[in-house]
Every structure is written in structure tokens, then in C-alpha cells.
Design a protein around this ligand. Structure first.
Ligand SMILES: Nc1ncnc2c1ncn2[C@@H]1O[C@H](COP(=O)(O)OP(=O)(O)OP(=O)(O)O)[C@@H](O)[C@H]1O
Ligand SMILES: [Mg+2]
Length: 200
């Protein structure tokens, strides 16, 4: 299966672009959504989270306390490594089976930290980066995630700078414009990916 890795900074427009690829007929596998499912109430990673971090990180409904966990892993690299050791292999396996089961001609695998962590890098043939300037990214990240400006800035600072991310890209979506501009670029790439998927 031909797999495109779609990545970009927080709020850059990954989900918006992925939705447009899906409308055009690509399969979309979203590793953020998989991580969410793994840690929802009764999700398959909850027991491992409770064992590693204690019951304090599981809400009364049985789901991961995402806000507490985000704050913890942000200041504690060892905790981050522990969480990643729980989630990454499970995300990978879920991604692999969804990719294998997809009937569409190619798959867009959304991996926010594809370049930063290298997670799932070996599953993708090409890297597609969604790029926008930092001011817009900050506004959009706040609009999308209920983050304060300080939190959004801190997350952006911990991610790769945009120039460096672009250096790893095979293709780039310029998301400084409006949704229509993004849609036009996605349509061009979709045509290219259909061709590549037929004859890699
Ligand atoms: N070209 C655009 N014009 C206007 N709004 C946009 C554009 N692209 C994205 N947005 C909006 O910006 C916000 C962030 O976009 P989106 O959720 O697609 O980013 P993301 O990279 O998936 O973010 P996250 O890292 O939080 O998952 C959303 O509210 C989305 O509707
Ligand atoms: Mg998203």
C-alpha cells in the first residue's frame, strides 16, 4: 500500500488537509485519533497507563486525564518516554492494520511528530508537511485546542522549527492562505499520489 506521512506543527492544518484528502477518496489514518481511542474510557492502553503513572492519571470515567498528562510529559522527559513506550507500539500496530485493510488507492497517515520522534516513519513512502507562518499557527492552535497563548507557544517551541521540518519534506502544503487555497493544493497532490500509487 502506498502511504503518505502527513505532518506539521500544532494547529498547522493537518486535520483540515487530511479531511480534504479523504473527500477526494484517499484513506486517512490519524495516529492522534488512534492515541485517543487507546486512552479513552476502558481503552486498551488505560491499564498500562494506570500501572505506570498511578490511578491519579485516570479520570473517574476510566479515560486518561489528558490535561494532567500533557503537563507532566511536558516538564518530565522520563515520563514522556514512559508514555511513548506505552503508546507508540500500540499506535504503530493499529496504523499498520488500518493501512493494510484500506480499500482506497493510497493512505494518508497523519503523524504530528513524524519527524521529531521518527515514530511510524518506516510506514510511509513520502513525507508531506503542512506549513504556515508562526503567527497564524498560534492563532489556529489556540482556536482548535482551547490552549492559552503561553501553552500553545510552549508546544510550538518544543516542536521543530518550520524550516527544519520542511527540509524533511517530499511535498509541502502552504497553508498560509484560505481553505480554498489549501483545497486546490490538496487536489493537485491527490492526482500526483494516485499516479505514484499506481506506479511507485
Ligand atoms: N487555511 C485555513 N484557513 C482558515 N482556517 C484554517 C485553515 N486551515 C486550518 N484552519 C483552522 O485552524 C485550526 C487548526 O487546523 P487543524 O485542526 O486542521 O490543524 P492541526 O494541524 O490538525 O492541529 P492539531 O495539531 O491541534 O491537531 C482549525 O480550527 C481549522 O479549522
Ligand atoms: Mg489535528
Amino acid at each position: 500500500m502506498y502511504v503518505i506521512g502527513l505532518t506539521g506543527g500544532i494547529g498547522s492544518g493537518k486535520s483540515a488537509a487530511a479531511g480534504m484528502f479523504a473527500e477526494l477518496g484517499a484513506a486517512v489514518v490519524d495516529t492522534d485519533a488512534i492515541a485517543h481511542e487507546l486512552t479513552r474510557a476502558g481503552g486498551p492502553a488505560i491499564d498500562a497507563v494506570r500501572d505506570a503513572f498511578g490511578a491519579g492519571f485516570v479520570l473517574s470515567d476510566g479515560s486518561l486525564d489528558r490535561d494532567s498528562m500533557r503537563r507532566l510529559v511536558f516538564r518530565d522527559p522520563a515520563a514522556r518516554a514512559t508514555l511513548e513506550a506505552i503508546l507508540h507500539p500500540r499506535i504503530r500496530e493499529q496504523s499498520r492494520s488500518r493501512i493494510a485493510a484500506a480499500p482506497q488507492p493510497y493512505v494518508v497517515l497523519v503523524v504530528p511528530l513524524l519527524i521529531e520522534t521518527g515514530a511510524c516513519r518506516d510506514l510511509v513512502r513520502r513525507v508531506l508537511v503542512v506549513d504556515c507562518n508562526e503567527k497564524r499557527q498560534l492563532e489556529r492552535a489556540m482556536q482548535r485546542s482551547r490552549l492559552s497563548q503561553a501553552e500553545a507557544r510552549a508546544i510550538m517551541a518544543a516542536q521543530l522549527p518550520r524550516e527544519e521540518r520542511i527540509r524533511h519534506a517530499d511535498d509541502v502544503l502552504d497553508n498560509d492562505g484560505d481553505m480554498e487555497s489549501l483545497r486546490r493544493q490538496v487536489a493537485l497532490l491527490h492526482a500526483k499520489y494516485l499516479t505514484l500509487a499506481r506506479d511507485p
